[in-house]
Design a protein around this ligand. Structure first.
Ligand SMILES: [Zn+2]
Length: 553
């Protein structure tokens, strides 16, 4: 077809009357978008009007706002989707609500040999650890295994402990802990870190590929409903890689996904050969423009502060004004981390590091520095996620080393877990170093954003609200948490669109421009309007991924 013909061919979809925020470099606005196939073919009311034909779907949305499709730079879609299909405790209000839901689920699913799920919050139990007796009372006959909201521990019943042969005589694994009764020494039903993961790997039924596919689609549906059209999966296993690949082949994967292959911390550099194979065999792009790109490697360098596994430079406080001798855990020891990042960088992988404590963040930056020294500059866009405690002298290193700050902004608020389980053990000085997104912005760092769903809500609008206000959207009267670290709305929106697209090497997405992939979300109000109300109260009305409407409210 001639170029002229291509220009005048009608659009498949046009959105008019809305305020269109493009996330381009100038952060410019327009008032209409036209989509043909998987591409944006025109912007601006006059140009768009020319492309309306008899079969064009016209969405006239006065008062609405159009943004590029959100991209979540750190999310666990298949795992979260799987939990959505199992015992989903995330939205429930504490111990009794959990137990009622678990009892109901067990009664509704009499054929499931295991009762599995997750999402309970540590703050709902004394000392952060639930007990098996509670579960025994509602499910006495079948094993129960429930991951906590943070995925750093599990709650199990007596039947599950029995099946795993865990008794008072079982030693703790090197990378975790079996919670024990201080008087009797018996396991109480809480398994921390490695103790929970090895339990899961060894004893829980292995999901089939069909189950992983179903879980991934369930997760994708949830994310599309929130305006999300792409993400980085922060924990791809061989099983979920297969699920992504086959969903891509069947055209059911409508998002653009970068997969971060999971670094096994019990092994060393030898596993890199397997990543090369997975990168080769796992890549799959669908004709619709979506696709799966397993080009990143996720290294979990430490744990979390709530159970003292986050790696700190100075020891944890004891909660009573003194210090312990515990500095937390480095899951990948400093020199090995540097060697791993250097080798992965040399082979063209992006490295996606989990770092919570200030020692973990520093080791991660040092590792990228080692890679730069050995290999010279690269465009792999290595990133560090979470960034809970960052020493001031490390902030500027993100820009210097070209490391993207991958923020989970929802965590930067004062909530019970922070108040009861973090601050007393961190101490006042370090408490002020938490989630320094404002400082990172001022230092010139590139910021991407993600939810870590199902750890926290996947809703980017709620996430962005916290980035902007540093206040819990469920308790908006609360005082802001370190308000000098808040981000302007424009910056937070750009981080959740263009910033995450940058980290995903998605030059075709993350902003709206003619010729780019048509990934966009229609929000029910202009978030910048004076009358918009709280950001997290806004709703996504329509989501378009690669030109296809994938969600409509
Ligand atoms: Zn995560």
């Amino acid at each position: 077809m001639s170029p002229r013909c291509a220009l005048t061919q009608p659009a498949d979809l046009v959105i008019t009357g809305a305020d269109v925020w493009t996330a381009d470099a100038a952060r410019s606005w327009t008032d209409a978008v036209a989509v043909r196939g998987d591409r944006i073919v025109a912007m601006g009311a006059a140009r768009v009007a020319e492309l309306v034909g008899p079969r064009t779907r016209v969405e006239h949305r006065p008062g609405a706002m159009v943004v590029p499709g959100f991209q979540d730079a750190h999310v666990h879609t298949p795992f979260a989707g799987r939990t959505l299909l199992q015992v989903w405790l995330h939205d429930l209000a504490g111990r009794q609500a959990y137990l009622d839901h678990i009892a109901r689920y067990a009664a509704d699913h009499p054929d499931e040999a295991w009762v599995v799920g997750g999402g309970w919050a540590m703050e709902c139990f004394p000392g952060g650890t639930p007990r098996r007796e509670d579960l025994d009372a509602v499910v006495p006959d079948r094993p129960v295994f429930l991951m906590n909201r943070d995925v750093h521990g599990a709650w199990v019943n007596s039947r599950a402990l029995e099946i795993a042969g865990i008794t008072r005589d079982t030693p703790d694994p090197a990378d975790g802990r079996i919670e024990r009764d201080p008087v009797t020494g018996e396991p109480t039903g809480a398994l921390h870190e490695g103790a929970a993961y090895s339990f899961q790997d060894r004893f829980l039924p292995t999901p089939s590929r069909q189950e992983w596919e179903r879980a991934t689609l369930e997760g994708q549906k949830h994310l599309h409903a929130l305006g999300i059209t792409g993400w980085q999966d922060a924990w791809v296993t061989p099983a979920t890689l297969e699920a992504y690949r086959s969903l891509c082949a069947s055209g059911q994967l409508t998002a653009r996904v970068v997969g971060a292959l999971w670094w096994d911390r019990h092994r060393e550099l030898d596993q890199i050969d397997e990543f090369l194979t997975q990168r080769e065999s796992g890549a799959a792009s669908s004709p619709a423009g979506a696709g799966f790109h397993p080009t990143s490697v996720k290294i979990m360098t430490d744990g979390v502060l709530e159970n003292y596994t986050g790696a700190l430079l100075e020891p944890y406080c004891d909660g009573c004004g003194g210090h312990t001798d515990n500095r937390g855990l480095s899951y990948v020891e400093r020199d090995l981390l540097a060697a791993a990042v250097t080798e992965l960088d040399r082979l063209g992988f992006q490295v996606h590091m989990h770092a919570i404590g200030d020692r973990a963040v520093r080791n991660a930056l040092d590792a990228v520095q080692a890679a730069r020294t050995a290999n010279g500059p690269s465009d792999h866009r290595h990133h560090i996620a979470h960034l809970q405690v960052v020493q001031r002298e490390d902030v500027a290193r993100f820009r210097e080393l070209g490391v993207v700050a991958n923020a989970q902004p929802y965590w930067a608020q004062m909530e019970p877990q922070m108040e009861e389980l973090t601050l007393p053990f961190l101490g006042r000085d370090r408490a002020e170093l938490q989630y320094p997104f404002g400082d990172l912005l001022r230092s010139g760092a590139t910021i991407a954003m993600g939810s870590d769903w199902s750890v926290t809500t996947a809703n980017p609008l709620e996430e962005i609200e916290v980035a902007v206000t540093r206040v819990d959207p469920e308790n908006r009267a609360n005082a802001p948490f370190l308000p000098e670290q808040a981000l302007p709305l424009q910056v937070a929106l750009a981080a959740f669109t263009a910033g995450s697209a940058y980290v995903n090497h998605d030059e075709d997405g993350g902003s709206l421009a003619v010729g780019k992939r048509a990934d966009l979300a229609v929000i029910d109000r202009n978030l910048f309007a004076r009358s918009a109300g709280p950001i997290g109260d806004a709703r996504v009305d329509l989501t378009v991924a690669s030109g296809r409407v994938v969600y409509e409210r």
